[in-house]
Design a protein around this ligand. Sequence first.
Ligand code: N1C
Length: 258
Amino acid sequence: GLVFGLKKNKGTTNTGTTRNLKEIVVERCLMFIKEVDTSGNKCDQIWSTFKHAFIGKNPCNVKIGDYDQFIDTVHQYISRNKTLFWSKTQKIAHDFTKATKCFMTLEDTLVGYMMDGLTWCGQNSSMKFDYTYCPGYKECENNPVSSFWKRASKNFAESAQGRVAVMLNGSMSQPFSTSSIFGSIEVNNFNSSTISHVNIISVISSTYSGPCNSTSIRNLTSILKNNRINSTCKDITVSEIQNCTSKQNPQSCDCVIN
Ligand code: N1C
């Protein structure tokens, strides 16, 4: 079975590098490649370019571009179709892609799959990981984990083609925020000549609210329009999505997104 695959670093008091980081990342890499593509084993090379991005560096000075070589090395495994973006809807979006298999989030690609739920950082003037403490976005923007997700998200958005979708949290006052990774990085890297349509899904708890009409989501629609990308928005309740992903129901691609 999947020994390390679903292990998260959450709930522990240790905020440093995840224990056994290398073993977890390389095992996930091998598992992913085994299922998706059997050509060659790049996992050692992937691990060393990943490590190279942040090891020996001040953990507040790791920039987005430091992961360029890593992203280039993994390149061929990035999915280009049926892309699902999300913002503040991490769990429901991933439950949805796992159950329906019709859409892919970044964590359903090798890059995201390997690093999902992990923490890592190095130290200035040492080749060791810091297992005791890694800075978060509150301490400094250019930390290894934040810069990684930004770089990976940029690549994921650039690669998207055709009809894509995004799940936003319609229960929040700002379902679309230009300071989120989705709003600041992904949307700005959408290619209008390859993306034909964006399905905006506003996830709500009841049918009485209508966040699709909110200023926040209208702002997203107009940003996309200015970039010559069509979009539509649908308010969908949590229970509609859960019905669609439940084991009793046939798992159809268009029960939430069409
Ligand atoms: O800032 P967000 O959401 O808008 O980022 C989500 C957006 C998605 O569409 C993904 O493609 O950006 C991508 N992404 C991840 O896949 C991802 N996995 C884990 C961005 N961030 C990701 N994380 C962690 O969650 C990371 O530490 C980042 O800072 C948060 C962002 O979550 P959010 O604010 O809900």
